[in-house]
Ligand binder design. Structure first.
Ligand code: UN1
Length: 518
């Protein structure tokens, strides 16, 4: 069963690649040949087996990608935005045609369940459709001028080529949040995917540019697989890229922000979350249980939006934790390609080590293990990276609570008064996503108020993970302040220009200043 699902998935995704063995990881408007390039081997976290290999960018390839981006940016910016939007829509439709295979590729490459792999592709399709609509709505404001016969108006121009650096956990969706929105604005994206997920990036890049080329457009979705130290650092320092979008850890994000700022470039950061769900005694408990389980366990706790802290009112604490622990014991952990499995592997060995270290540290600090806590051996998949979903009873002053561990570890805390719940909730350096479960309008509104949750995303009676693309996505504090995806996040990819036109015959000056030369 296990082996056959994996073999079946591997056979299906093979159709997404031109070659079954070595794929080029660099697209500069043409796929750069692999000869003489370093090669990276791709391992599936499901069974530790090799699923492909990818050639990485050489120094000369970097320059070719940048040059291609410059040419494309020129041509693409001259195409009307609604025409660009139509092209992005066609890319979305193509992704939909390949949704099943692409989703399986995501599952094979990063270990998502089949449903989550498909969801990842759906997220790209959704943002593509959103971007197409947006392409007719890149509105600039018109302001009344204080001067006679003057027009004052803002317009939004493309930035040109931009860099997008993504993480393994959303190996294509987060790229599309950036790339599709940037494309309708008129930018060209140079994508550096995670070294743990280049195959998904290659497959998506191929499909997207083939669609553009069939419509007679230039390639605007360029790809640069390579390691962080060479390719990543060059992107950060490259003055030809006015914007670098980065998704990843807080510590790397700090480095990205500093480097990009030192050349006065802009960075768009989507860094760690350390998200909490508050469960009030007035919650719909069943709803809370399901949402907390999804938030903590989906993608094996490897989302920026994963629920890591659970803050429960003391009068229902014991009952809620008992029910949650029971729920955890029923959750299937193992091969994510199998139907009854909800928790797949972690991405690699280092992630398993990080999980084990965090649990040991939490226990040293006084945490009490309620369930899980160990690596999990799946007999048929000895090479996979599986761990047990874990709940640890904690105290709010334990230092480990300040830290994000990308694994299914949930720290349970209790509170007595509502204000205390909010204080515990806000007591971490990160500020991405938050949730409250309550049927009490006052509590819900207090959580939504300025003095409530300090995060970029706030949810009432739905969990911290699983945001829709229509809203702006991102967080405060150490999460980095960036906003991507929906709403008016498109403005980050554009150059705002304030235009003032005098259509009169006199030259009145602003603020009534006089400068009479004669
Ligand atoms: C991430 O983990 O970087 O809200 C993005 C969610 C997904 C996106 C997560 N739609 O969980």
């Amino acid at each position: 069963m296990t082996q056959s699902t994996i073999a079946e998935a591997r056979a299906r995704v093979a159709s997404l690649f031109e070659q079954s063995t070595l794929s080029s990881g660099v697209y500069a408007g043409r796929w750069i040949e692999s000869k003489g390039r370093d090669v990276s081997t791709c391992i599936s976290p499901i069974d530790g087996e090799i699923i492909g290999s990818v050639s990485l960018a050489h120094t000369v390839d970097y320059e070719e990608v940048l040059e291609s981006a410059r040419c494309s940016a020129q041509a693409w910016s001259e195409i009307p935005a609604p025409v660009r939007g139509y092209a992005v829509l066609q890319v979305a439709e193509e992704l939909e045609r390949h949704k099943k295979d692409l989703g399986l590729l995501v599952s094979l490459e990063v270990g998502k369940t089949v449903g989550e792999g498909q969801g990842e592709i759906q997220e790209m399709i959704d943002i593509g459709r959103f971007a197409a609509g947006l392409s007719r709505q890149l509105y600039g404001l018109t302001m009344p001028s204080e001067r006679t016969a003057h027009r004052l108006q803002e317009q939004w121009h493309p930035l040109g080529p931009i860099g997008v650096i993504t993480a393994f956990n959303f190996p294509s969706a987060v790229w599309s949040w950036n790339a599709f929105i940037a494309a309708v604005v008129g930018d060209v994206t140079i994508w550096k995917p995670s070294s743990d997920a280049p195959l998904t990036a290659i497959a998506v890049t191929r499909l997207a540019n083939d669609v553009l080329s069939s419509l007679g457009h230039p390639p605007v979705f360029l790809l640069l697989c390579g390691n962080g130290r060479t390719v990543g650092e060059r992107l950060l320092d490259d003055r030809r890229l006015p914007l670098i979008s980065f998704t990843g850890s807080v510590s790397t994000g700090r480095h990205v922000a500093t480097r990009v700022a030192s050349r006065l470039g802009r960075s768009l950061l989507e860094l760690g979350g350390n998200n909490a769900a508050v469960v009030s005694e007035k919650a719909d408990m069943e709803m809370g249980l399901r949402a907390v389980a999804f938030g903590a366990l989906a993608t094996s706790g490897q989302r920026c939006t994963s629920t890591r802290r659970l803050i429960v009112q003391e009068s229902i604490y014991r009952v809620f934790l008992d029910k949650l622990t029971r729920l955890y014991s029923t959750v299937g952990v193992g091969n994510p390609l199998e139907a009854n499995v909800l928790v797949g592997p972690l991405i690699n060995r280092a992630a398993v080590d990080g999980y084990l270290a965090a649990i040991e540290e939490a226990q040293k600090q006084g945490g009490r293990l309620l369930c899980g806590g160990r690596e999990k051996d799946i007999t048929q998949l000895p090479g996979g990276f599986y761990v047990e979903p874990t709940i640890i009873e904690a105290e709010s002053d334990m230092p480990i609570l300040q830290q994000e561990t990308f694994a299914p570890i949930l720290y349970a805390l209790r509170y007595s008064a509502f204000d205390e719940a909010v204080a515990i909730h806000n007591s971490v350096p990160q500020g991405l996503s938050s949730a409250i479960f309550t049927t009490d309008l006052r509590e819900a509104e207090q959580f939504l108020a300025a003095s409530g949750s300090d995060c970029g995303l706030v949810n009432v009676n739905t969990g911290t993970a699983g945001a829709e693309i229509g809203g702006a996505f991102g967080g405060e504090k150490d999460t980095g302040g960036g906003r991507e995806s929906g709403s008016d996040a498109w403005k980050a990819y554009a150059r705002r220009q304030t235009a003032c036109v005098n259509y009169g015959r006199a030259l009145p000056l602003a603020q009534g200043v006089r400068f009479d030369i004669d």
